[in-house]
Design a protein around this ligand. Structure first.
Ligand code: PBG
Length: 343
């Protein structure tokens, strides 16, 4: 057979197919690269707190609990760097937490105040907000907790969805562009869409945490917000890490309830889920490179074991290659700076 001869040792001149030709220079590699990572793909999760102080978060190096004033000036800098979307999380003092999580829909709460301030100062910056009750209730659970006399408890679904609608409306009234429910209650996308539309917020987008897994990689984030569950875990609502088909079921529901974008979280351990959803939906897909994933790279870099810039860029490019359009990452400002240096 003629074909066999081409691959026989010693007749290398006769090898006609050489994939290396497409890698022979930076120019050709740049021309044929299938996936790009730019600042436009990035969303920066930010923490906002009461008061005048901007305090660095020790457990999440590079991140800060911002005052409203501080977040506005940081957003100006981020906009300059090419970042066009921030995701806001509230840091809530213990004395403002209650069983219902009612601070979540206080129009003078720190999140609505930050939304108004950012939109006034940097109108081109899209403001996404996290919708869930865990930073606001005394339980550190994403939903409303019912405690029973025997010491057991339940996270109530439909009652929680009602509260999430109040929280989302509070954010929409303040000017949020994208509402991002991270709670994993059933039916919340349809309920949020209905509630927003009923008040005329038909233009406010819903980015659903579609496949959010019960992951140990959220630890540093919960430390940063003081939002770790006071008891139990989140396994009755967040997904089991062993499941991928179930993500398709959640995606189907979110899409039919009116989600504009779907999210997989965490990102790197769940690349198969990102790729699976990419094959089954036409909606944009977001991936959340969570606090624990970010810290693994930070820690290895701080020990001198890995090159922070190269490993971070490779990680985020790989998340894009798996099928994510959008990446939420604490490295966003640093990555935008690196990408600018390389351009
Ligand atoms: C809670 C929420 C969590 C994160 C985002 N929203 C933590 C959790 O579900 O316990 C995690 C983000 C991260 O780890 O970076 N609604």
């Amino acid at each position: 057979m003629l074909r066999q001869k081409w691959y026989t040792a010693g007749v290398i001149q006769e090898l006609p197919i050489r994939p290396r030709r497409n890698r022979k220079s930076a120019a050709i590699r740049n021309m044929v690269r299938e996936t790009a990572l730019t600042a436009a793909h990035l969303v920066y999760p930010m923490f906002v707190q009461e008061g005048e102080e901007d305090s660095p978060i020790e457990s999440l190096p590079g991140c800060t609990r911002w005052s409203v004033q501080g977040i506005v000036s940081e957003c100006r800098r981020l906009y300059e760097l090419g970042i066009r979307c921030v995701d806001l999380f509230a840091v809530v003092p213990e004395e403002k937490k209650d069983a219902a999580g009612s601070e979540a829909w206080n129009p003078e709460g720190v999140v609505p105040r930050a939304i108004r301030a950012i939109k006034a100062a940097v109108p081109g910056m899209m403001v996404m907000t996290d919708v869930a009750l865990d930073p606001f209730n005394t339980y550190g659970q994403d939903g409303i907790v019912k405690e029973y006399e025997d010491g057991s408890y339940e996270i109530l679904n439909d009652e929680t969805v009602e509260a999430l609608c109040r929280q989302a409306l509070c954010h929409a009234r303040a000017g949020a562009d994208i509402i991002s429910p991270s709670d994993m209650m059933d039916g919340r996308i349809g309920a949020l869409r209905t509630a927003l539309d009923a008040e005329g917020y038909t233009g406010v987008s819903l980015l659903s945490y579609t496949a959010k897994y019960a992951s140990a990689f959220y630890g540093p984030f919960r430390g940063a917000l003081g939002s770790a569950p006071k008891f139990g875990d989140k396994k009755t609502y967040q997904m089991d890490p062993g499941n991928a088909r179930e993500a398709l079921r959640e995606a189907y529901l979110d899409e039919s309830e009116g989600a504009d974008m779907l999210m997989v979280k965490p990102a790197t351990m769940y690349m198969d889920v990102i790729a699976l959803l990419r094959q089954h939906t036409t909606l944009p897909i977001a991936a959340y490179h969570v606090s624990g994933e970010y810290l693994m790279l930070k820690a290895a870099a701080a020990s001198g074991w890995l090159d922070e810039k190269q490993t971070t860029l490779e990680t985020l490019l790989s998340i894009r290659r798996a099928g994510a359009d959008i990446i939420l990452t604490y490295a966003a400002p640093q990555v935008a700076e690196w990408l600018r240096e390389e351009a």
